[in-house]
Design a protein. Structure first.
Lengths: 226, 214
């Protein structure tokens, strides 16, 4: 009896630890057609929300706009069937100019963001203004008698560099990795709808046409993103 | 610099620099077409409003103007900030025929008074309230309704919300809980990065179950 309890405790611990470290993703909507951009193939539904830079800035503490185009992807498995979710099945294609990218892992994105943050430059401009009053007397430097009066001074201090940039330390990289991982699309076999963020390491270009390709059962689903 | 023209020229240059940075910040960034009728998921609704203050000198009225370029890839950015505006006042009085090289370096018997509120260029000291930029922590700015709500970080009691408007934490992921009697609790996973500020508004709605009890 005690052996069974111990086994159950170990099992719970393992499950708990796996649940704590794995990506949680986001909450999928009630149905795939609740996504404005969605598609169905072989009973599998896929819904997409492409995050604008402003939206991504609000969603993430990490500055993901600096390296990636972020999409929230929801997958709805066919009824009574499992679906093997893998990031490798996604490709984001950019038309004009041509480019394509597979999703980057949270670890890679975090490392890239840390590197970007560390390469930032800080320039601080501080104006200084001073007003003084000098009474009549002898100037201690020249020995001449001074007339006194109001003195004014102004200047500008320009500082370059300084301490470490925000979000550029190794600790920050670990936090960014945690955030990106926890909000990322969970991988693995699932029979329930899942959704989460996917990070495509491509530069966001103005007026570029984007297209998401998803490999499903040997065929490719192509979804045009406005 | 006693010439007023030079005085104003220096101010003008700094103002132009800051306005230039602000103008570049306000440029609309390229973004894909917004889709109407978007249904926001539960996690999105609870997402924090992230602001990058980067500099902790808010107490000194410091402002930051960020020059950024969307989609700049791996290129580093230049952050142009308006630092603290220093204002000083002084009074000096010299007397006695003592002059250089004897005066300033030797005994000075005359009455010599010199006062200044602040000398930022020469002084090695920082003004009151100053703390070093980006000391390795990040800030959580919490606004809660009700203000006396209890705040828990990773399950540990941290205090009441009215006393925790600004919390400086080491970089990390934390579970933030705000709760009050007869109100639904607010839970959020927060990520703290060094030098960054996270603004969180926790509005606790009246718990419907407690209403029924009444």
């Amino acid at each position: 009896m005690s052996g069974k309890i111990a086994f159950a405790a170990v099992l719970m611990l393992c499950v708990g630890s796996l649940a704590g470290t794995g990506p949680n993703g986001t909450v999928p909507r009630t149905a795939v057609d609740r996504y404005l951009i969605h598609a169905m193939r072989d009973g599998v539904g896929i819904g997409i929300v492409l995050l604008s830079p402003e939206k991504a800035r609000k969603e993430f503490v990490s500055d993901v706009n600096r390296c990636c185009v972020v999409a929230e992807i929801a997958l709805y498995p066919a009824k009574d069937k499992g679906l093997d979710v893998s990031l490798n099945d996604f490709v984001l294609r950019v038309r004009n100019p041509e480019a394509s990218a597979k999703p980057a892992s949270a670890k890679v994105v975090a490392a890239r963001l840390q590197k970007n943050a560390a390469s930032d430059r800080d320039i601080t401009v501080s104006p200084t203004v001073g007003v003084g009053y000098e009474s009549a007397g002898y100037d201690p430097v020249t020995g001449t008698r001074t007339g006194g009066g109001v003195t004014r001074s102004a200047g500008v201090m320009v500082g370059i560099g300084g301490g470490p940039n925000p979000a550029s330390t190794d600790k920050d990289r670990a936090v960014m990795e945690t955030e990106l991982s926890e909000k990322g699309l969970p991988e693995g076999v699932t029979s329930a709808p899942v959704s989460g963020y996917v990070y495509f390491p491509v530069a966001r270009k103005k007026n570029a046409h984007l297209e998401l390709q998803y490999k499903l059962n040997g065929s490719t689903v192509v979804i045009s993103l406005p | 610099m006693r010439n007023p023209a030079l005085w104003f020229a220096a101010l003008l240059i700094s103002a132009v620099l800051c306005l230039t940075a602000r103008a570049q910040t306000n440029e609309p960034s390229p973004q894909p077409a917004e889709r109407p009728g978007g249904n926001v998921s539960a996690t999105q609704q609870q997402s924090p409003d992230v602001t990058d203050t980067s500099t902790p000198s808010d107490q000194a009225g410091e402002k930051k103007f960020l020059k950024e370029s969307e989609g700049s890839g791996d290129k580093g950015r230049t952050h142009l900030r308006l630092g603290t505006v220093w204002l000083g006042a002084s009074y000096s009085h010299y007397s006695g025929p003592y002059y250089y090289p004897y005066g300033p370096y030797g005994f000075y018997p005359g009455d010599w008074v010199y006062g200044s509120l602040w000398y930022p260029i020469w002084s090695p000291y920082y003004p009151p309230g100053h703390f070093d930029f980006n000391d390795g922590r990040g800030e959580i700015r919490l606004t809660a309704d009700p203000k006396v709500a209890e705040v828990y970080i990773d399950g540990a009691y941290a205090g009441t919300a009215d006393r925790l408007k600004s919390m400086w934490l080491d970089p990390g992921a934390y579970d933030l809980t705000v709760s009050a009697a007869d109100r639904a609790s607010f839970h959020q996973r927060v990520y703290v990065l060094s030098g960054k500020s996270l603004k969180i508004t926790a509005k606790l709605n009246v718990d419907s179950s407690s209403k029924e009890k009444l």
